[in-house]
Design a protein around this ligand. Structure first.
Ligand SMILES: Cc1cc2nc3c(=O)[nH]c(=O)nc-3n(C[C@H](O)[C@H](O)[C@H](O)COP(=O)(O)O)c2cc1C
Ligand code: SF4
Length: 688
């Protein structure tokens, strides 16, 4: 297929100082939990984006000096020349596909931890560090001179490592140039503080230094956060951001503009629509002739075209859309829009960085496996046998297994008990704010529909007898899980007293539209991720009064890892939900729930109409046990293996289910790699 001419504009080259991007697709900096610790994996992941057509592929934050060390988070590092070979792996991987490699030079100032380097953190003024209970010291003029030298040296090293573009970064409240711009952090009385002109001085000098050092061959670009979403207390579009852009307008070779801090920049689909940054960043192009990049979870080619045509942006910036589909540009170029695997805006990727582990993606199970398992997002190995596969269960695990096995060339039958494919994704995507999660299902259905070797069967509940009758060589069970209704979970190993007679609705009931007739409904969050909060919202929107009880310090506490926890808690309060934290639900009797304080205060008694316990799930494994109870029948039926994948093995995130389906397809008939199923980059034991 060839490209639809209406997308031609997306494939025009863009000049960025002395270098030229081959098209308008710009993978903006994003961390990934690999960074300097897993350089091969990092390089392979970036190389895949270049292969998929991104004209510019950036690193994540790249620390330029030990005094800006963000340990335990694993970012890129360019402290001295020893880092060059590792970064060169990435630039070589990117250049192999004709793309430009960019590096985001960063000194985190008072946002650094220095837990590893043990240096004293630095800031524009004496101040408490952003995340830790100790302080950064005020930089004197010599410190500023040193910092400029570190930045310049880092730019020179970046050039040696093969980078084509060097970033000066003033974003996310995470870097010294931004900290110097902020009135609230910069209370200096010298030429670097006070007036806006003085506060801009360091940013300007860093851009000038970088241009002087490497500007002959490298584009020198800025990332600047135009709005911190805190009104006059921060940089804002209505306030100083316009003046800052106007003052530096023609100095950098490109403006990459976004929101700050990170939770505002990388908003989930639950809280923001595609294009959510446009109202804040649209002004930039009016103030500069240099190319402008902006972000906002862009996956729609038509919207991209309209942004360019309307003069809002020159290049389409993307972090998450490039993670979910490294091949997004290529698919547009080849006229394969149906094949785009759109980001669902869940921020599971970000939870990788937050938990200091190589990032994964709900939509793209190959993310993070490019090097260590050799997985390619678009290519599956051809089948190694003619085994036909029966998959029981059409949720995310079953759908992905069917898609990936189908790509390998296997004959696949997917049997679903209900009348629609999608499983838990169907249920969850109907909850408030989660509609975009339906893309997990839609992408796979679209792909499977094109495969003559994959058949789907609805309304086809399978018992052991039916499975044995079918005559498939391989059986995959993806039968999902069921939410418990007895209170057993993280906090309770045994059923909560009184649940047997209380009015209990499981999360599954609520998702299926079976709601309590009267409140107050006590939503008991012992799961700690998103679901209890979303269900509470669903119940309030159905007109019910809701009380939210959790043993954690805050509602939906694990959503801190998806950057949503503040938004969730605000929303619950806006909806009038009474949130009670640090309390456990210990008993229910005669419509009264007893909740006990984690810190020894007297128990509280709440009159309630119903309870929704969000605690734990039980795998749907009856079919598995039925089949395994009679191995001789399996043998007689010619069944070589019965494998459980996804929630029916161990309930987890949707990302885990998709991964499990993909993994099954990859590993079928593959050689056994032993106990460690992936390559590791072990450190060489030497001292620099
Ligand atoms: C996993 C992840 C890590 C990120 N790390 C960085 C980073 O190191 N530096 C940076 O400037 N922005 C970082 N960002 C923000 C992105 O560059 C981008 O501005 C934001 O996600 C909005 O773009 P998107 O909607 O295309 O994802 C990160 C985003 C994600 C999803
Ligand atoms: S994990 Fe979720 S938000 Fe992140 S890229 Fe994948 S689909 Fe998008």
């Amino acid at each position: 297929m060839s490209r639809d001419p209406r997308y031609d504009i997306l494939f025009e080259p863009v000049k960025i100082g002395p270098v030229t991007a081959k098209n308008r697709f710009f993978q903006v900096p994003h961390c990934n939990g690999m960074g300097h610790q897993h350089p091969q994996a990092h390089a392979a992941m970036r190389g895949m984006k270049a292969e998929g057509g991104w004209a510019v592929v950036s690193t994540e934050e790249c620390e330029i000096h030990p005094s800006g060390d963000v340990t335990p988070y694993v970012e890129a590092r360019i402290w001295d020349d020893h880092d060059i070979p590792y970064l060169s792996m990435m630039t070589e991987a990117v250049h192999r596909h004709g793309s430009l490699a960019a590096v985001e030079l960063v000194h985190n100032g008072p946002s650094a931890s220095n837990l590893y380097s043990r240096e004293v953190p630095l800031g524009p003024a004496h101040q408490v560090t952003n995340y830790y209970p100790f302080q950064a010291r005020a930089m004197d003029r010599e410190d500023i001179r040193n910092y400029r030298r570190w930045h310049r040296d880092a730019a020179l090293r970046a050039k040696k490592a093969g980078f084509d573009i060097v970033y000066v970064y003033a974003g996310h409240d995470l870097s010294l140039p931004m900290h110097f711009l902020q009135k609230r952090r910069n209370q200096r009385i010298d030429e670097y503080g006070g007036s806006l002109e003085n506060r801009v001085r360091l940013f300007r000098e860093l851009i000038e230094d970088a241009k002087d050092a490497v500007g002959d061959t490298c584009g020198v670009v800025v990332r600047f956060a135009v709005d911190e979403m805190m009104g006059e207390d921060g940089i804002s579009t209505e306030g100083e951001a316009k003046d800052i852009v106007a003052m530096l307008a023609e100095l950098p070779d490109l403006w990459d503009v976004n929101l700050s801090n990170w939770k505002h920049d990388s908003q989930t689909s639950r809280f923001a629509e595609e294009g959510y940054q446009e109202p804040f960043t649209a002004f930039v192009k009016k103030l500069t002739t240099k190319p402008v990049v902006g972000v906002g979870r862009y996956t729609s080619p038509d919207r991209m075209v309209s942004l360019i045509k309307k003069g809002v942006l020159d290049m389409i910036g993307a972090a998450r859309p490039s993670i979910a589909d490294p091949y997004l540009p290529k698919k547009i170029e080849e006229g394969r829009l149906d094949d785009i695997r759109e980001c669902i805006g869940c921020n599971i990727c970000i939870s990788g960085d937050m938990t200091v582990t190589p990032m994964r993606c709900t939509q793209n199970p190959t993310q993070g496996e490019e090097w260590r398992k050799g997985w390619h997002p678009e290519i599956m190995p051809a089948k190694a046998s003619n085994d036909r596969i029966l998959i029981v269960g059409g949720g995310p695990a079953g759908l992905e297994a069917a898609r990936a096995l189908g790509l390998r060339g296997h004959e696949v039958a997917l049997a679903e008990a209900s009348t629609e494919l999608g499983g838990r994704v169907n249920l969850e995507s109907r909850l408030p704010g989660l509609a975009a999660w339906g893309r997990v299902r839609d992408y796979r259905l679209g792909q499977i529909a094109k495969m003559a070797n994959v058949e789907t069967y609805l309304d086809s509940r399978m018992g052991a007898a039916e499975v044995l009758e079918q005559g498939f060589e391989r059986v995959v069970l993806a039968t999902g899980s069921t939410w418990r209704r007895d209170g057993v979970g993280r906090s309770h190993a045994f059923p909560i007293p009184g649940f047997d007679t209380a009015t209990v609705f499981s999360p599954g009931d609520i998702m299926a539209g079976r709601l309590p007739e009267k409140g107050p409904v006590l939503v008991y969050d012992d799961d700690l991720f998103y679901l209890a909060g979303v269900l509470a919202e669903r119940l309030v929107k159905a007109g019910l009064e809701v009380i939210y009880v959790t043993g954690a310090d805050t509602a939906s506490s694990w959503t801190a890892n998806t950057l949503e926890v503040v938004f969730v808690n605000k929303r619950l309060r806006e909806l009038g939900i009474r949130v009670i934290c640090q309390h456990d639900l210990v008993a229910v009797k005669d419509g009264v729930a007893e909740i006990a304080s984690a810190y020894g205060e007297a128990p509280q008694h709440l009159s309630i109409g119903a309870i929704v316990p969000v605690t734990a799930r039980l795998p749907e494994e009856a079919l598995y046990h039925d089949l395994m109870a009679a191995p001789e029948k399996l043998k007689d039926a010619g069944i070589k293996s019965v494998t459980r994948i996804g929630d029916c093995l161990a309930p987890g995130f949707i990302a885990y289910a998709v991964y499990a389906g993909h993994r099954y397809a990859r590993e079928l008939d593959a050689p056994d790699l032993g106990e460690v199923k992936f390559r590791r980059a072990l450190p060489l034991v030497t001292t620099p």
